[in-house]
Design a protein around this ligand. Structure first.
Ligand SMILES: [Zn+2]
Ligand SMILES: [Zn+2]
Length: 148
């Protein structure tokens, strides 16, 4: 089953009506699942199909779907961005996040053996690793703009 189908299933399990708008929104984010998308970009996409859909409605949908774990949001320097959640794969991984284009590249979890050694008397409930920077494509783009 595709990740999109799993997400739609999760919506129904949480008693959310599967509106056309929610379906389009999820479909768009699922087709960009490796990217944190700006809300502006999401607004623009949704309005090509639903010209009267307000930013508030789109934002409310994002928030609702974030609460049930279908989407995740993250604060970037220039505002909030949204991404299709990737926990459907189940396998633990961390992300390299490009602060420019929002790309979330899946990378293996770092080696935590020294950390576990230091925390051996502690109960660890959760950890979350993110590496932030500028991806290779954005670096190339930046170079060509400064040289031009
Ligand atoms: Zn991921
Ligand atoms: Zn980038």
């Amino acid at each position: 089953m595709s990740n999109l189908h799993l997400a739609l299933q999760l919506l129904q399990q949480n008693n959310y009506k599967l509106t056309k708008q929610r379906h389009y929104l999820l479909e768009y984010l699922a087709s960009h699942e490796d990217f944190y998308i700006t809300l502006t970009q999401l607004d623009q996409h949704m309005r090509t199909f639903f010209p009267k859909m307000s930013h508030d409605t789109i934002y409310r949908n994002v928030k609702e779907m974030q609460q049930i774990g279908v989407l995740e949001t993250k604060m970037f320097q220039n505002g909030l961005r949204v991404k299709f959640q990737c926990d459907f794969h189940k396998q633990e991984h961390s992300h390299f996040i490009c602060q420019q284009c929002g790309r979330a590249l899946e990378i293996p979890l770092p080696d935590f053996s020294k950390t576990h050694e230091q925390l051996r008397n502690y109960q660890i409930n959760n950890y979350h690793v993110e590496i932030w920077g500028i991806c290779d494509l954005c670096q190339t783009k930046n170079d060509s703009t400064t040289k031009a």
